[in-house]
Design a protein around this ligand. Structure first.
Ligand SMILES: [Zn+2]
Length: 301
């Protein structure tokens, strides 16, 4: 296991309340058809996207190493075709933990910043979890700078890099024929999103990225979030509008001369309070946006 202490983030991202390590022995992998030849697998950690066909299987993210035998089993119920490619949406351990075991049979592909962060174990800590450099076999074998497409089973599985959103190595994965998109953690349904500034993430950048993704997506696309149930383009738009509104509220308060402490005390994001009771609490969300605006991040139009 690469992550020495996977408990807090993993549990938070899995949506559980208690800060206990996930009991992998109890995790069941659920399979759901999304559209066309695309499926989503849930267990613990990030949602796994799956494109299947006679030419082989493409996986998007791979959760945790101890779950890989069960993930394989779940895939084998759908197809006997070989697992040929694994794409990582970003470097976090609840999305890349299965890289090492899957590397025995598949080629792991990711944005170059994913490989760099896994290689260095940098930053050393993500949301309170101490991390170590990944073992060599867990590293992506093929990296890309802007975009990369896997052409398989008549489907173009297209990874497109968006800079500085959830991290600085995010890719959104488009299954063009099946009309499905895997958003990685640029879209989550657990409330205010975790934006990993130490890994080059940015709230303002995320808002911009979502604008670009939304402009590119067909209205009837099925959306796989990094965490949470399969969603629609309308859900994604709502999430993006919420982020934009949060930035606008904090920006307006700042321009009105309010300090961060005042904003937190008055709760300038009161209308979104329900979203700030989970992993990311409202005061820290306000502080993160405030910090970005103070450090010269352009306000969002
Ligand atoms: Zn993440």
């Amino acid at each position: 296991m690469r992550a020495v202490s996977i408990s807090l983030l993993a549990v938070a991202l899995a949506g559980a309340a208690a800060a206990q390590p996930p009991d992998f022995a109890k995790v069941e992998i659920q399979v759901e058809k999304v559209a066309g030849n695309v499926y989503v697998l849930t267990g613990a950690g990030g949602n796994i996207g799956l494109s299947i066909g006679p030419g082989g299987v493409v996986l998007v993210d791979d959760q945790f190493a101890p779950l890989v035998p069960r993930i394989r089993q779940a895939i084998r119920k759908l197809t006997d075709a070989p697992i040929r490619f694994v794409l990582n949406t970003h470097w976090h351990f609840d999305h890349t933990g299965g890289n090492a075991p899957f590397a025995a049979e598949a080629t792991v592909i990711a944005h170059e910043n994913v490989r760099r962060r896994l290689l260095l174990g940098e930053p050393k800590e993500v949301a309170g979890n101490r991390l170590e450099p990944a073992p060599p076999e867990a590293l992506p074998v093929i990296t890309f700078d802007q975009s990369l497409t896997v052409h398989l089973n008549g489907e173009d599985v297209r990874a497109l890099h968006y800079a500085h959103g959830h991290t600085d190595g995010d890719s959104v994965i488009f299954f063009t024929r099946s009309n499905v998109v895997h958003m990685g953690d640029d879209f989550v349904t657990y409330g205010f999103p975790f934006v990993d500034a130490a890994s080059g993430g940015s709230v303002l950048g995320l808002v911009e990225n979502l604008d670009a993704v939304l402009a590119a997506l067909p209205e009837d696309v099925k959306v796989i979030p990094g965490h949470g149930p399969v969603s629609t383009k309308a859900d994604l738009r709502k999430f993006s509008e919420m982020l934009r509104a949060c930035v606008a509220r904090v920006d307006a308060a700042r321009r009105a001369g309010k300090s961060l402490a005042q904003m937190q005390r008055e709760n300038v994001l009161a209308e979104y309070d329900a979203l700030g009771k989970g992993f990311i609490k409202t005061p820290e969300w306000i502080a993160q946006i405030h910090g970005e605006l103070e450090s010269g991040g352009a306000s969002v139009p």
